[in-house]
Ligand binder design. Structure first.
Ligand SMILES: [Zn+2]
Length: 678
């Protein structure tokens, strides 16, 4: 039976987030919870009173540091860490494993444990599972951790497997060493970034009589997306009835993402470490107090915060304290940051208890990655970066001479949005030209769902431009907007995965939606008025199973790379499928072959706007364009274009036989579009 009597209060219906309580030797704990780190039996620059005032409930202490100084004998004599530091709430101690394996010092490791030399006085120590537990028993923490072998999360398979197996053997020894102590003990799942090792480790540890299970070895080298992925993969394997603790993580957005994946407990030095550097988290984004913009500012750090720093002091004063490196500055900024963390955890718990976590998660994903929006720092002019582009599968990041990033397909050499900044091209070609903002406005005639096809999701430039357009309209008039269904078609998600790893270079991806789409193949705006769905696989085989479009962004790779998506056959099928509605298709191509394919498929074809060095693009309408909400009357191809086509060397598609040519010619010549032309 668990020593913590862990009780689930609520599990989210549309997320893995959960709210629970458990009982420790020093009182009840509600989860999800953030635990400030008190390495040396003190949270740096804080008193127990200031910690209680910001809402801290559980503190974390480091066994390794306390073993060396003051030493377990001090805790034995003075009656444990609670009396020693005057803290009457719960304490969790780590095992010392992380410090032994991550700090640079001499050590020798074998089955028994790790031998190392103290940085304090040069004494030799053996840290074994038994010594670690004995020390934690002397410290008298409420929750102890097993000794584990920590390795970089990027460690190769064989090394990760050996470390995991040693950690398992040490876990069993730790349980034996705990004996009948009333202190709780957590096992630690290891396995680096190898899914099967992580699953094996969780499966092994959940069979042992632990009071909780931790995820170790993350936040040490992997990307954010990998961290999220492995967190979710491990929590899927953990029992429901035990607390789950993600060790050493992280930033506010990391906590949100991990709670969403079913984690209950966290610790991290970030709130205190960033405070020391003058950085605070606020409801308006992250602020750097060292910056001169705060020198004369009388307002508080965060008008929405109730902490001592925000209630009592101006930004100007805190800026001064940070600049002069006064310890009061560190004290006050840590208070604020801890308050921010604890409030975030409380908010998450509240929303889980109401089963409203999913919309909260979507909202906060956007808010928590904001930077100082009031005072954006202007980056100093940099030379274009010439570092090696990052790669994934057949794609790599390419930096243009103007400094913006694009995705390039390596095998074809083709660059997505090759002619201008991706978001500019997306806006000009697909959003403005289609008058999307106007068309999203609810009117008496047009109130139903507006369906957009995004053919060729790529790095989601066009889709995100559509979402940005929706969000802007929704902010202006939340009740006057039509519901939107955006369907993105893509056969290879590597371009988006690659770009999503680097939102610094792809700023349109600084939004929760594309990341959620990659995970769940769908995303919904908190208003429920915008639903984004991903359809994977070959567009030609999938589109007929989706909703009839009003608007089509037709942006696959070019004819040269992906010829099947530019034939008259595929356009005829699209045209046929569009019959229930009047649909408009926008594409970057202005080639005669593409236009003639659209015409023979039954579309009315017009010239689209130019973008970058391209003089024009193409718009195709499934019905004769009339009052279809267009801002400007489309310039349908006319007699001049027809004359050019008649003279063109590429008048017929290459696959056409000689017998087929007259019929093809007649279909173009007799198209009603040209019949109208006088
Ligand atoms: Zn505050």
């Amino acid at each position: 039976m668990s020593r913590l009597s862990f009780t689930l209060a609520r599990e989210s219906s549309d997320s893995k987030a959960r709210a629970a309580t458990f009982q420790t030797l020093h009182g009840e704990v509600s989860t999800p919870i953030f635990m400030p780190v008190g390495t040396q039996a003190t949270v740096k620059a804080q008193t127990v009173d200031s910690l209680k005032a910001v809402g801290s409930r559980v503190l974390l202490a480091n066994t390794y540091h306390l073993l060396l100084r003051p030493g377990p004998e001090v805790f034995k004599k003075l009656g444990g860490i609670h009396r020693f530091m005057n803290w009457d709430g719960p304490v969790l101690t780590d095992s010392g494993g992380f410090q032994i394996f991550s700090l640079p010092h001499e050590r020798a490791m074998n089955e028994e444990g790790a031998r190392f030399k103290s940085y304090v006085d040069g004494t030799h120590y053996l840290l074994s599972p038994e010594v670690s537990i004995e020390t934690q028993r002397a410290i008298g923490s409420d929750i102890m951790m097993v000794l584990d072998q920590c390795i970089p999360s990027t460690a190769p398979y064989a090394q990760a497997e050996a470390a995991m197996q040693l950690t398992h053997r040490w876990a069993e020894r730790s349980l034996r060493a705990r004996g009948d102590s009333p202190q709780a003990l957590f096992g630690i799942v290891q396995g680096a970034c190898h899914p099967d090792l992580r699953r094996k480790s969780a499966a092994f540890l959940r069979e042992l009589p632990f009071d909780g299970l931790a995820i170790g070895g993350l936040a040490v080298g992997e990307t954010h997306l990998e961290r999220y992925e492995f967190t979710g993969l491990v929590t899927d394997e953990l029992p429901r009835h035990l607390p789950r603790y993600l060790m050493g993580v992280g930033t506010p957005i990391d906590l949100l993402e991990a709670v969403h994946r079913g984690v209950d407990m966290f610790d991290c030095i970030i709130p205190s470490q960033l405070a020391q550097r003058g950085v605070v988290f606020t409801s308006q984004g992250k602020l750097q107090l060292r910056r001169a913009v705060h020198k004369f500012t009388e307002e508080p750090l965060d008008a929405q915060c109730d902490c001592q720093a925000c209630r009592g002091y101006s930004r100007a004063y805190l800026h001064h304290l940070v600049k002069t490196e006064e310890v009061l500055g560190w004290h006050l900024l840590t208070i604020h940051n801890l308050r921010f963390y604890h409030r975030l955890m409380q908010d998450m718990r509240t929303h889980i208890l109401r089963d409203e976590f999913a919309p909260f998660y979507e909202k906060m994903r956007v808010e928590l990655i904001r930077t100082d929006e009031e005072h954006p720092s202007r980056p100093t002019k940099q030379k274009p970066r010439h570092t090696l582009p990052t790669r994934l599968g057949d794609y790599e990041v390419q930096i243009s001479p103007q400094g913006y990033a694009n995705i390039r397909q390596i095998s074809s050499g083709e660059v997505m949005h090759s002619v201008s900044r991706p978001s500019e091209e997306a806006n000009r070609l697909y959003i403005e030209q289609s008058s999307l903002a106007t068309r999203l406005t609810r009117t008496d005639q047009e109130a139903g769902e507006f369906v957009i096809w995004d053919v060729g999701l790529g790095a989601a430039s066009n889709a995100m431009a559509a979402l940005a357009c929706f969000e802007e309209q929704w902010r202006k008039n939340p009740t006057g907007i039509r519901p939107v269904r955006l369907i993105s078609f893509e056969c290879d998600l590597d371009p988006l995965k690659l770009a999503a790893k680097d939102p610094g270079r792809f700023p349109h991806l600084r939004h929760g939606a594309p990341h959620r789409l990659l995970e769940n193949e769908q995303w919904q705006h908190p208003s429920l008025l915008f639903h984004w769905k991903l359809v994977t696989g070959d567009f030609s085989k999938t589109f007929e199973g989706t909703a009839h479009p009003d608007l089509i962004f037709y942006d696959p790779f070019s004819y040269k790379t992906d010829s099947a998506l530019w034939t008259a056959d595929i356009f005829a099928r699209i045209h046929h499928f569009c019959r229930p509605k009047a649909a408009a298709l926008y594409t970057y191509s202005s080639s005669t072959a593409v236009r003639v394919a659209l015409l023979t498929a039954g579309f009315f074809v017009a010239e689209g706007v130019g973008t970058g060095p391209k003089a024009d693009t193409t718009v195709a309408f499934s019905r004769a364009p009339g009052a279809s909400g267009q801002a400007t009357t489309p310039k349908l191809l006319g007699e001049a274009w027809l004359a050019r086509w008649r003279r063109s060397g590429s008048k017929f598609p290459t696959h056409l036989s000689n017998e087929e040519k007259p019929l093809f010619e007649q279909r173009v010549e007799s198209h009603p579009q040209f019949a109208c032309v006088v």
